[in-house]
Design a binder for this molecule. Structure first.
Ligand SMILES: [Zn+2]
Ligand SMILES: [Zn+2]
Length: 314
């Protein structure tokens, strides 16, 4: 297999684009796609300060690397959830990337640990057991909360995550299968900043598949943690991804058509009703009575979860 651009030996075939690339051409392709995503969804400009949430996995570290290579002003946040073994290994990958790659570009790494939060005890699993919730959902609440809080306190303009096309298509499939209208309304590569306390949220990798990002990471020697979080085993998202991968193998471009078709419809419906996501957020969000982070309820989901854990621990 030869690269369609320069005829060198190809490292990756891209059936959905009916093409193949060598290492350097793949790198150029991926960076161009990310830049296109940033422009098309008006995510941020070179003047903005960006905070990337990193987990030590390929997507978030690749996103950090690409934004640095594209010359953006970006720092990273890692939340240590105290998952035995896994957290140490992911923490180490993140620290190493910061030291070997990011620091030379003037980019810094911010670290938050669950243990530092009052009431969280010994990691997310114990917390989830206490309040009888699936670990992944407790973990999601903590990560979202810390991400919002750190972005706000440090005046970041934009919060970026490494969600890719596979993640977004799987999430869309789940939302459609269960007809979760409220989630469908808020599923977007760009969520505008809302009332004081919420920065804008973006997903610059939404045009890239997991496979393309993994190939980019290997070609560019990004040392990431390959293992999945042990708590994610059996999660619904993995089933949806598997189903979509089977459809993709039969008919290349399925994920792409599914997710981009959705974005297209969403845009048209927003234009016809002149109803934007900012309207929704600003009408419903108020400061949490406990921590003053914005929330749709009186007390935010993080504070409610922590209060439940405290009561259960007594
Ligand atoms: Zn090439
Ligand atoms: Zn709160």
């Amino acid at each position: 297999m030869r690269c369609r651009k320069c005829s060198n030996r190809a490292v990756l075939g891209l059936p959905r684009h009916n093409t193949a690339y060598c290492g350097p051409c793949l790198t150029e392709f991926v960076r161009t796609q990310v830049q296109k995503a940033i422009k098309a969804q008006t995510m941020f400009s070179p003047e903005d300060r960006i905070l990337v949430a990193v987990s030590g996995g390929k997507d978030s570290l690749t996103l950090w690397e690409i934004l640095l290579k594209l010359g953006y002003n970006v720092d990273a946040l890692y939340v240590d959830l105290g998952i035995p073994g896994y957290s140490e290994r992911s923490h180490e990958k993140v620290e190493r990337f910061a030291h070997d790659v990011a620091e030379a570009c003037g980019s810094k790494l911010i670290i938050q640990t669950v243990e530092e939060d009052a009431g969280a005890g010994n990691g997310v699993k114990e917390l989830a057991n206490l309040i009888k919730r699936p670990t992944c959902s407790a973990c999601g609440t903590i990560k979202r909360y810390q991400f919002n809080r750190v972005a706000y306190q440090n005046n970041y303009d934009v919060m970026a995550t490494g969600h890719n096309l596979d993640d977004e298509a799987a999430r869309l499939l789940g939302n459609v299968l269960n007809w979760q209208d409220e989630y469908l309304q808020k599923q977007s590569p760009t969520l505008p900043a809302s009332v004081e306390g919420f920065s804008k949220k973006v997903k610059p990798l939404y045009r890239m598949t997991e496979r393309e990002i993994a190939a980019y990471a290997v070609v560019n020697r990004i040392d990431y943690l390959v293992e999945e979080c042990p708590n994610a085993k059996g999660a619904k998202m993995l089933v949806y991804k598997d189903v979509l991968n089977r459809l993709e193998a039969e008919s290349p471009g399925t994920k792409h058509r599914f997710y981009w078709g959705f974005l297209d419809k969403q845009k048209k419906s927003a234009e016809s009703t002149k109803h934007t996501m900012t309207d929704i957020d600003q009408s419903t969000l108020l400061p949490c009575e406990t921590c003053s982070q914005p929330t749709t309820a009186g007390t935010c989901s993080f504070c409610r979860m922590m209060a439940r854990a405290k009561t259960a621990a007594r």
